[in-house]
Design a binder for this molecule. Structure first.
Ligand code: GCO
Ligand code: MN
Ligand code: MN
Length: 392
């Protein structure tokens, strides 16, 4: 076994909709047949994944009878037990059905908003039955093309009302779930409300039960917005709000690509894994590592499992490289913490009059500070050499 082969301890998960993606796009039909969910569970287990996540409709087709639903859920649970797989996360499909064409929680028609809550409560019941402790909210249709259709403040208030209500529903039923809000700037809508993880973090601070709500950032979504994914994730981690993560690959400035993790921007992926694994010394992320991506349209089923193994393998290779980078003596020397016992205490813990007086009195050689080279060229070259495999 290669050290980069995934094991259950790695906590890798895939959505039913990811490896199950049949390869349709706006310009062409599907290229792969549908795989039954119990079969996906078996194949993912064979690939070394820890768990599988789902939207309500991925497992139970929209409009299925109660008896049909129960039969499907029983078969799925049997497959999970047979293959030792978990369902750490569940979510609601509030975007595929035409009823959601004006949004779900933010739609102008209260009947649509009521249906969105009905569907989410049922989907949360399903998630709870399958043992999910993380519930994701991705508002794919919560946006606009004709922006004159509502005051955006009304949309934000409707979103708040919905999440407050569903937090209450979760608590009332003792489901013990945490909510993870997933931002995306566009696609399928022209503009989606709450477009980045930073927006979500502030939105959470306005909620009734903010302690149970965090974020689910996705590589592609922040890259589509032109942002540094690692910085967004870092902010969420610093706030104690990184409840889940969607890993994939994306070229900047393109349509939503959902590529295999690490297949684009290996430097960004390296810095992300370094952050999540805490190889620089910070607290690591301990939640599931979910791949929200799909195989190229060129692939048959074998290519799908190749894609799944590739996501996990690349994560583990990057983890290995991050450990080697942060253990590299030259890197450590460049990054060695600079300490100044006179100055450091003045810079932390907020303002006091005494600190202000001490700061004013400091005699700082600004020209000398400005002249000093920081050796970041060398640092970055070391990173590149680790990545390219000639060091470490
Ligand atoms: C997308 C999103 C979705 C969500 C999923 C879970 O761009 O389509 O990333 O895949 O993550 O619906 O909520
Ligand atoms: Mn996405
Ligand atoms: Mn996603």
């Amino acid at each position: 076994m290669s050290p980069f082969d995934p094991t259950r301890e790695d906590r890798f998960t895939f959505g039913l909709w990811t490896v199950g993606n049949p390869g349709a796009d706006p310009f062409g039909a599907r290229v792969r047949p549908t795989m039954p969910p119990p079969y996906i569970v078996q194949k993912l287990a064979e690939c070394g994944a820890y768990g599988v996540n789902l939207h309500d409709d991925d497992l139970v087709p929209f409009g299925a009878s109660a008896a049909e639903r129960d039969r499907i859920v029983r078969e799925f649970q049997r497959a999970l037990a047979d293959h030792g797989m978990q369902v750490p996360m569940a979510t609601t499909n509030l975007f595929s059905h035409p009823v959601f064409k004006d949004g779900a929680f933010t739609a102008n028609d209260p009947k649509v908003r009521a249906f969105a809550l009905q569907k989410t409560m049922r989907a949360m019941d399903l998630g709870a039955e399958l043992g999910a402790k993380i519930y994701v909210f991705w508002g794919g249709r919560e946006g606009v093309e004709a922006d004159a259709c509502r005051d955006p403040r009304t949309a934000w208030q409707r979103m708040r009302d919905a999440i407050d209500f569903l937090c209450g529903y979760c608590r009332d039923n003792g489901y013990g779930m945490k909510f993870a809000l997933e931002a995306k700037p566009n696609e399928p809508r022209g503009d989606i409300y709450l477009p980045t993880t930073g927006h979500m973090l502030h939105f959470i601070s306005t909620l009734q039960h903010q302690e149970m709500v965090g974020v689910n950032p996705e590589v592609a979504h922040e890259v589509m917005a032109g942002l540094s994914f690692a910085h967004n994730v870092a902010e969420a981690m610093a706030c104690g709000k990184l409840f889940h993560i969607d890993l994939n690959g994306q070229k900047i400035g393109r349509y939503d690509q959902d590529l295999r993790f690490g297949s684009e921007d290996q430097k960004g992926a390296f810095l992300l894994v370094r952050l999540l694994e805490g190889t620089l010394g910070g607290e690591p992320y301990r939640g599931p590592l979910h791949f929200d991506a799909h195989a190229y349209r060129s692939e048959d089923e074998d290519g799908v499992w190749e894609f799944a193994r590739g996501c996990m393998r690349t994560y583990k290779i990057l983890k290995h490289k991050a450990q080697a980078f942060d253990a590299d003596p030259e890197v450590r020397e460049i990054l060695a913490e600079q300490r100044d016992d006179t100055i450091d205490p003045l810079l932390v813990g907020g303002y006091s009059e005494a600190k202000a007086t001490a700061l004013r009195a400091l005699d700082l050689d600004v020209d000398a500070l400005a002249r000093r080279g920081l050796r970041y060229e060398r640092l970055d070259q070391l990173l590149v050499e680790h990545l390219l495999g000639v060091r470490g």
